[in-house]
Design a protein around this ligand. Structure first.
Ligand code: SAH
Length: 215
Protein backbone atom coordinates (compact mmCIF):
# COMPACT_ATOMS: atom_id res chain seq x y z
CA UNK A 1 0.00 0.00 0.00
CA UNK A 2 1.46 3.33 -1.03
CA UNK A 3 0.71 6.34 1.11
CA UNK A 4 0.89 9.74 -0.33
CA UNK A 5 2.88 12.08 1.88
CA UNK A 6 3.94 14.96 -0.35
CA UNK A 7 6.07 18.06 0.19
CA UNK A 8 2.79 19.95 0.43
CA UNK A 9 1.67 17.77 3.34
CA UNK A 10 5.06 18.21 5.00
CA UNK A 11 4.84 21.96 4.56
CA UNK A 12 1.38 22.06 6.14
CA UNK A 13 2.67 19.89 8.98
CA UNK A 14 5.59 22.24 9.66
CA UNK A 15 3.10 25.11 9.92
CA UNK A 16 0.99 23.08 12.36
CA UNK A 17 4.11 22.50 14.49
CA UNK A 18 4.74 26.27 14.55
CA UNK A 19 1.12 26.84 15.62
CA UNK A 20 1.47 24.34 18.48
CA UNK A 21 4.71 26.01 19.56
CA UNK A 22 2.94 29.38 19.65
CA UNK A 23 0.12 27.85 21.69
CA UNK A 24 2.63 26.78 24.33
CA UNK A 25 3.81 23.26 23.47
CA UNK A 26 7.53 23.35 24.28
CA UNK A 27 8.66 19.72 24.44
CA UNK A 28 10.82 19.35 21.30
CA UNK A 29 10.37 15.57 21.16
CA UNK A 30 6.59 16.04 21.09
CA UNK A 31 6.85 18.67 18.34
CA UNK A 32 9.15 16.39 16.34
CA UNK A 33 6.67 13.51 16.67
CA UNK A 34 3.78 15.72 15.48
CA UNK A 35 5.99 16.84 12.59
CA UNK A 36 6.55 13.24 11.55
CA UNK A 37 3.03 11.81 11.61
CA UNK A 38 1.00 12.20 8.38
CA UNK A 39 -2.29 13.21 10.05
CA UNK A 40 -4.09 13.36 6.69
CA UNK A 41 -3.92 9.53 6.51
CA UNK A 42 -5.98 9.29 9.72
CA UNK A 43 -9.05 11.11 8.38
CA UNK A 44 -11.24 10.41 5.31
CA UNK A 45 -9.40 11.20 2.09
CA UNK A 46 -10.92 14.27 0.48
CA UNK A 47 -10.50 16.23 3.71
CA UNK A 48 -6.77 16.78 3.40
CA UNK A 49 -7.27 20.51 3.82
CA UNK A 50 -8.67 19.94 7.30
CA UNK A 51 -5.95 17.54 8.39
CA UNK A 52 -3.39 20.17 9.35
CA UNK A 53 -5.70 22.67 10.95
CA UNK A 54 -5.54 22.68 14.72
CA UNK A 55 -9.05 21.26 15.04
CA UNK A 56 -10.81 18.05 16.03
CA UNK A 57 -12.46 16.29 13.08
CA UNK A 58 -15.17 13.61 12.70
CA UNK A 59 -14.04 10.01 12.05
CA UNK A 60 -16.15 6.82 11.83
CA UNK A 61 -18.77 5.68 14.40
CA UNK A 62 -19.64 9.23 15.48
CA UNK A 63 -16.22 9.76 17.09
CA UNK A 64 -13.54 12.39 16.55
CA UNK A 65 -9.81 12.58 15.99
CA UNK A 66 -8.58 14.87 18.77
CA UNK A 67 -7.34 18.38 18.07
CA UNK A 68 -3.56 18.35 17.42
CA UNK A 69 -3.02 20.78 20.33
CA UNK A 70 -4.80 18.35 22.66
CA UNK A 71 -2.75 15.41 21.38
CA UNK A 72 0.48 17.38 21.87
CA UNK A 73 -0.61 18.65 25.31
CA UNK A 74 -1.59 15.21 26.66
CA UNK A 75 1.60 13.71 25.22
CA UNK A 76 3.67 16.42 26.94
CA UNK A 77 1.89 15.84 30.26
CA UNK A 78 2.82 12.14 30.17
CA UNK A 79 6.54 13.09 30.53
CA UNK A 80 7.54 10.05 28.49
CA UNK A 81 10.83 8.25 28.55
CA UNK A 82 11.79 6.02 25.59
CA UNK A 83 10.76 2.45 26.37
CA UNK A 84 7.91 3.49 28.70
CA UNK A 85 5.02 1.04 28.65
CA UNK A 86 1.98 3.17 27.86
CA UNK A 87 -1.75 2.38 27.83
CA UNK A 88 -4.09 4.57 25.79
CA UNK A 89 -7.87 4.42 26.29
CA UNK A 90 -9.75 5.32 23.09
CA UNK A 91 -7.69 4.31 20.03
CA UNK A 92 -10.11 6.07 17.66
CA UNK A 93 -8.30 7.04 14.44
CA UNK A 94 -4.95 5.87 15.81
CA UNK A 95 -3.39 9.34 15.48
CA UNK A 96 -2.59 9.82 19.17
CA UNK A 97 -1.35 6.22 19.29
CA UNK A 98 1.12 6.84 16.47
CA UNK A 99 2.35 10.11 18.02
CA UNK A 100 3.10 8.08 21.16
CA UNK A 101 4.91 5.39 19.15
CA UNK A 102 7.01 8.14 17.53
CA UNK A 103 8.00 9.12 21.11
CA UNK A 104 9.63 5.69 21.42
CA UNK A 105 7.20 4.02 23.80
CA UNK A 106 5.74 0.51 23.88
CA UNK A 107 2.11 1.26 23.11
CA UNK A 108 -1.03 -0.58 24.23
CA UNK A 109 -4.38 0.91 23.22
CA UNK A 110 -8.02 -0.07 23.77
CA UNK A 111 -11.03 0.89 21.62
CA UNK A 112 -14.66 -0.03 22.41
CA UNK A 113 -16.05 0.42 18.86
CA UNK A 114 -15.36 -2.64 16.71
CA UNK A 115 -15.57 -0.60 13.49
CA UNK A 116 -12.81 1.77 14.60
CA UNK A 117 -10.75 -1.02 16.10
CA UNK A 118 -10.70 -2.92 12.78
CA UNK A 119 -10.09 0.13 10.63
CA UNK A 120 -7.26 1.48 12.77
CA UNK A 121 -5.68 -1.94 13.23
CA UNK A 122 -5.43 -2.20 9.43
CA UNK A 123 -4.14 1.35 9.00
CA UNK A 124 -1.36 1.02 11.58
CA UNK A 125 -0.22 -2.29 10.08
CA UNK A 126 -0.19 -0.75 6.59
CA UNK A 127 1.84 2.21 7.84
CA UNK A 128 4.28 -0.15 9.57
CA UNK A 129 3.59 1.00 13.13
CA UNK A 130 3.90 -1.62 15.85
CA UNK A 131 1.19 -1.28 18.49
CA UNK A 132 -0.74 -3.64 20.73
CA UNK A 133 -4.37 -2.82 19.87
CA UNK A 134 -7.35 -4.31 21.71
CA UNK A 135 -11.12 -4.25 21.29
CA UNK A 136 -12.39 -3.83 24.83
CA UNK A 137 -13.71 -1.62 27.59
CA UNK A 138 -11.14 0.91 28.69
CA UNK A 139 -12.72 1.15 32.15
CA UNK A 140 -11.26 -2.29 32.80
CA UNK A 141 -7.83 -1.57 31.32
CA UNK A 142 -5.53 -4.49 30.52
CA UNK A 143 -4.80 -6.25 33.83
CA UNK A 144 -2.87 -9.00 32.05
CA UNK A 145 -0.32 -6.45 30.77
CA UNK A 146 -0.08 -4.20 33.86
CA UNK A 147 1.73 -2.36 35.35
CA UNK A 148 1.97 0.58 32.96
CA UNK A 149 4.37 3.50 33.34
CA UNK A 150 1.81 5.88 31.89
CA UNK A 151 -1.90 5.80 31.05
CA UNK A 152 -3.65 8.32 28.80
CA UNK A 153 -7.42 8.56 28.44
CA UNK A 154 -8.61 10.27 25.24
CA UNK A 155 -12.33 10.41 26.06
CA UNK A 156 -14.17 12.39 28.74
CA UNK A 157 -14.36 10.24 31.88
CA UNK A 158 -17.16 10.96 34.41
CA UNK A 159 -15.00 9.54 37.21
CA UNK A 160 -11.52 8.08 37.71
CA UNK A 161 -11.64 4.37 36.77
CA UNK A 162 -10.30 2.48 39.79
CA UNK A 163 -8.98 -0.42 37.68
CA UNK A 164 -6.76 2.00 35.77
CA UNK A 165 -5.30 3.47 38.98
CA UNK A 166 -4.40 -0.03 40.08
CA UNK A 167 -2.70 -0.76 36.74
CA UNK A 168 -0.26 2.15 37.20
CA UNK A 169 3.25 1.29 38.34
CA UNK A 170 4.66 3.16 41.35
CA UNK A 171 5.74 6.58 40.11
CA UNK A 172 3.44 6.11 37.12
CA UNK A 173 1.02 8.76 35.91
CA UNK A 174 -2.47 8.91 34.47
CA UNK A 175 -3.64 11.80 32.26
CA UNK A 176 -7.43 11.95 32.28
CA UNK A 177 -10.00 14.48 31.02
CA UNK A 178 -12.32 14.35 34.03
CA UNK A 179 -16.00 15.33 33.78
CA UNK A 180 -19.18 14.72 31.78
CA UNK A 181 -20.14 17.44 29.31
CA UNK A 182 -16.97 19.44 29.91
CA UNK A 183 -13.81 18.11 31.43
CA UNK A 184 -10.86 19.26 33.49
CA UNK A 185 -7.58 17.82 32.28
CA UNK A 186 -6.24 16.00 35.32
CA UNK A 187 -2.87 14.49 36.15
CA UNK A 188 -2.68 11.69 38.69
CA UNK A 189 0.65 10.37 39.95
CA UNK A 190 0.92 7.10 41.84
CA UNK A 191 3.34 7.85 44.66
CA UNK A 192 3.38 4.30 46.07
CA UNK A 193 1.01 1.37 46.62
CA UNK A 194 -1.63 3.43 48.45
CA UNK A 195 -0.95 7.11 47.74
CA UNK A 196 -1.93 9.11 44.68
CA UNK A 197 -1.44 12.81 43.95
CA UNK A 198 -4.09 14.57 41.83
CA UNK A 199 -3.51 17.86 39.99
CA UNK A 200 -6.25 19.70 38.06
CA UNK A 201 -5.17 21.56 34.93
CA UNK A 202 -7.27 23.46 32.35
CA UNK A 203 -10.72 22.75 30.93
CA UNK A 204 -11.16 20.69 27.74
CA UNK A 205 -13.86 18.90 25.71
CA UNK A 206 -13.83 15.25 24.61
CA UNK A 207 -16.39 12.71 23.35
CA UNK A 208 -17.62 10.65 26.33
CA UNK A 209 -15.90 7.58 27.75
CA UNK A 210 -18.65 4.92 27.66
CA UNK A 211 -18.86 1.46 29.20
CA UNK A 212 -18.98 -1.82 27.29
CA UNK A 213 -18.03 -2.62 23.68
CA UNK A 214 -19.94 -2.00 20.42
CA UNK A 215 -19.73 -4.95 18.00
N1 SAH B 1 -7.14 8.94 20.54
C1 SAH B 1 -8.13 9.09 19.50
C2 SAH B 1 -9.31 9.92 19.99
C3 SAH B 1 -10.61 9.32 19.58
S1 SAH B 1 -12.05 9.97 20.38
C4 SAH B 1 -7.53 9.65 18.22
O1 SAH B 1 -6.37 10.07 18.24
O2 SAH B 1 -8.19 9.65 17.18
C5 SAH B 1 -12.22 8.87 21.76
C6 SAH B 1 -12.32 7.40 21.46
O3 SAH B 1 -12.53 6.74 22.70
C7 SAH B 1 -13.50 7.01 20.57
O4 SAH B 1 -13.01 6.28 19.48
C8 SAH B 1 -14.39 6.16 21.49
O5 SAH B 1 -15.07 5.10 20.81
C9 SAH B 1 -13.37 5.63 22.48
N2 SAH B 1 -13.91 5.20 23.77
C10 SAH B 1 -14.90 5.77 24.51
N3 SAH B 1 -15.09 5.07 25.65
C11 SAH B 1 -14.22 4.02 25.63
C12 SAH B 1 -13.94 2.92 26.51
N4 SAH B 1 -14.61 2.74 27.65
N5 SAH B 1 -12.97 2.06 26.17
C13 SAH B 1 -12.27 2.21 25.01
N6 SAH B 1 -12.48 3.21 24.13
C14 SAH B 1 -13.45 4.12 24.43
Amino acid sequence: MIHNDSYRHKGLRNKLVQTLRQKGISNEDVLTAIGRVPRHLFIESGFVNFAYQDKAFPIAAGQTISQPYTVAYQTELLELKPGDKVLEIGTGSGYQAVVLIEMGVDLYSIERQNELFNKTNRLLKNLGYNAHLFLGDGYKGLPAFAPFDKIIITAGAPFIPKDLLLQLGHGGRLIIPLGEREQIMTKIVRINEDDFEQISLGSCAFVPMLEGIVK
